[in-house]
Design a protein around this ligand. Structure first.
Ligand code: HEC
Ligand code: HEC
Ligand code: HEC
Ligand code: HEC
Ligand code: HEC
Length: 218
């Protein structure tokens, strides 16, 4: 049998396989960057809600405590969103005819909850718990940023596994006195590592188990 392909076909073949592989690697990298990007994660992207409710006004200017609305945040794994009745304790009198509150009044009249859009979400295979963090001196602002300055809430942290672990490996870098958990303007002291190490001991934070896969993947 004579040669069907010219001699250098072999080389061409190899080159094209190589190019194909390169392309695959590049595509993976590009997709990887995309899925890890702030754009895909919606970090720093304000989510428009069905009611123009503002934390900057209510939690900031008016100074209403987070727990007035997020009642279960220090008692359970879940930080609830407020029922319409909570808004109506004030808004049956204040701005009771405002068009900006029409959706709230309708919800109150029909009993159908306002459909707030989720901003933060970890995948279903991850277990998260608010109360344990709150009770061990991790502030809302460590994970949500300065909510009291936001007219519309956005996600300020990536919520990757690596982000959780960064704190779970060294909680002394972030932990604060319990009475500062709800202080959105809290600034760490210059000697945070020393204060932090003391608080880790005082609050009985069990550092050794904090990186076990099974605490977050149960
Ligand atoms: C008067 C009621 C009220 C108060 C007080 C309040 N919130 Fe909210 N919060 C809401 C409502 C309503 C939503 C849903 C709409 C939105 O995201 O803006 C919400 C949403 C949030 C979200 C986003 C939830 C998600 O979907 O991921 C965070 C985080 C949050 N609040 C934190 C706080 C913190 C921290 C404080 C205290 C500084 C606070 N809130 C005080 C009513 C309140
Ligand atoms: C403790 C009282 C209080 C509670 C509870 C409260 N608000 Fe308000 N809200 C106010 C005050 C005070 C204003 C500012 C009124 C003004 O500008 O004179 C306001 C203003 C607003 C406005 C702007 C209205 C306008 O026409 O400018 C919206 C929208 C609003 N609130 C939504 C909500 C929602 C939604 C909830 C429940 C999650 C809620 N509020 C709970 C006191 C409250
Ligand atoms: C250690 C980080 C961390 C701290 C501290 C923290 N949160 Fe969250 N928060 C999260 C994560 C992660 C989610 C998404 C949870 C999910 O998808 O199940 C979330 C979700 C929420 C939600 C939406 C409802 C829910 O439970 O999923 C609200 C409201 C909220 N947080 C309010 C608060 C308030 C108020 C504080 C302070 C008292 C606070 N958070 C402290 C990480 C934190
Ligand atoms: C800024 C610091 C910080 C961040 C960020 C953080 N954690 Fe934690 N986490 C802690 C501390 C402190 C404790 C308390 C540990 C203890 O009491 O031994 C804790 C406890 C927990 C526990 C309970 C462990 C138990 O004993 O049952 C779970 C589950 C958990 N974290 C999940 C997460 C997840 C998931 C994330 C990311 C979405 C996260 N955490 C982000 C500091 C943090
Ligand atoms: C402090 C909490 C925490 C601990 C401890 C933890 N994970 Fe995760 N893990 C997460 C979170 C949060 C995500 C979701 C990340 C995301 O949304 O990208 C995740 C995602 C994953 C994924 C999906 C792929 C990915 O990267 O998104 C795998 C696989 C995984 N974890 C394995 C492990 C293993 C194995 C361990 C133990 C060595 C471990 N995890 C320990 C919080 C944790």
């Amino acid at each position: 049998m004579g040669q069907i392909f010219p001699r250098n076909a072999n080389l061409l073949m190899r080159l094209s396989i190589f190019a194909g592989l390169l392309l695959a690697v590049e595509l993976t990298l590009i997709l990887g960057v995309y899925f890890r990007s702030n754009y895909f994660r919606q970090i720093n992207v304000a989510i428009e809600q069905p009611v123009p409710y503002s934390h900057q006004l209510h939690a900031g200017v008016l100074g209403i405590d987070c727990r007035y609305c997020h009642i279960s945040v220090d008692k359970s794994s879940f930080a609830n969103l407020p029922a319409t009745e909570v808004c109506m304790t004030c808004h049956s009198q204040i701005k009771s005819n405002s068009p900006k509150l029409a959706v709230v009044r309708e919800s109150y009249a029909t009993g159908k909850p306002v459909e707030w859009l989720r901003v933060h979400r970890v995948p279903d295979f991850v277990y998260f718990n608010h109360s344990i963090h709150i009770n061990k001196g991790i502030g809302c602002s460590n994970c949500h940023g300065q909510i009291n300055t936001m007219a519309v809430v956005w996600q300020t942290q990536p919520l990757y596994m690596g982000w959780c672990l960064n704190c779970h490996r060294n909680p002394e870098k972030y932990i604060r006195p319990r009475d500062q958990v709800f202080n959105m303007d809290y600034v760490q002291p210059a000697n945070q590592l020393q204060v932090g190490a003391d608080l880790v001991k005082q609050y009985g934070v069990n550092k050794a188990q904090l990186t076990n896969c099974s605490i977050c993947h149960r």
